[in-house]
Design a protein around this ligand. Structure first.
Ligand code: ZN
Length: 288
């Protein structure tokens, strides 16, 4: 199954559902950054939630999610867009903790307590900022709290990354359910009961259920109307040109220092690990 997101509403239009399969995207991130099991569970959940949020928002130019926790992973950063592309990294990819008491990868302990920041850049002067305290560092509940508090949209969020014994990722995905204005107490209660009955997300995906199957399972008797399908992928949009501006802003004095020491200036992209080399002449002539 290729990575993709299905957006749907319940038949009555009062519930919106986003269901995503993201295994290849998360596996790509794992290979780029050599991420260990607990860390890839954390990064994979963040990438998945960032992808869905990026597509959900009304056409933002760029969506940035930053999780700053006091756990061993350090900062996690992910950037996505409306086209279903995401890139991301974490400060300390080599983190693998003991399983938590329920036998799951202990993402909450790896992230710790801190804040979740969402920045929506519409290409206008001032981007939209939303900051909420982390609820438990497990990412899903943290995003649910963000949607409910910061965007005033009551939401249930489920995120899952299944790490194989060899450390690779073959199953990953996310499910976000939002209550739209006009939903009745009765409808919300029925939905909550339904969600409580559902098996864990990774169990459903492992059994071969597709995002569309997940939506049908959630909506049940309410029925579902599919609105859109979006292909998802890991993609970095860095380039030589893009790094040149920030590089030149360092100032000629600092650049001269690096060139004298190393003969050239090397810049590494945090998102894809690609290295760019700039010769002295390039930096001089560009500056005019
Ligand atoms: Zn890059």
């Amino acid at each position: 199954m290729k990575d993709h997101l299905i957006i749907a509403t319940s038949g009555n239009g009062h519930v919106r559902i986003y269901a995503a399969f993201t295994a290849a995207t998360v596996e790509t991130a794992r290979k780029i950054h050599d991420v260990w099991p607990t860390a890839i569970a954390a990064l994979g959940r963040v990438l998945t939630a960032t992808l869905i949020t990026g597509v959900m928002s009304d056409n933002p130019y760029r969506l940035t999610v930053q999780i700053k926790g006091d756990g061993p992973l350090g900062m996690i950063l992910a950037v996505s867009n409306r086209r279903g592309e995401v890139k991301g990294y974490l400060e300390n990819p080599h983190v693998d903790l003991d399983l938590n008491p329920s036998g799951k990868l202990d993402v909450g302990a790896a992230i710790g307590s801190g804040t979740l920041t969402v920045i929506k850049d519409y290409g206008l002067k001032s981007p939209y900022y939303g900051v909420v305290p982390l609820q438990n560092g497990e990412v899903a509940m943290d995003f649910a709290y963000y949607f409910t508090k910061s965007e005033q949209t009551p939401s249930a969020v489920s995120l899952g990354v299944l790490v194989e014994p060899d450390g690779s990722v073959k199953i990953a995905g996310g499910l976000i359910i939002q209550i739209m204005p006009g939903a009745t107490e009765e409808q919300i209660r029925t939905l909550e009961e339904k969600l409580n009955e559902l098996p864990p997300l990774t169990t459903m995906l492992k059994s071969g259920m597709t995002p569309t199957d997940l939506i049908n399972e959630v909506t049940g008797a309410m029925g579902a109307k599919i609105l859109e399908e979006v292909a998802l992928s890991y993609r970095c949009d860095c380039s030589r040109e893009r790094f040149l501006g920030p590089l030149l802003s360092l100032g000629q004095g600092e650049l001269d220092g690096i060139i004298n020491e190393q003969g050239l200036v090397e810049v590494r992209c945090h998102f894809c690990n690609k290295r760019y080399h700039y010769r002295e002449s390039e930096l001089k002539s560009e500056q005019g």
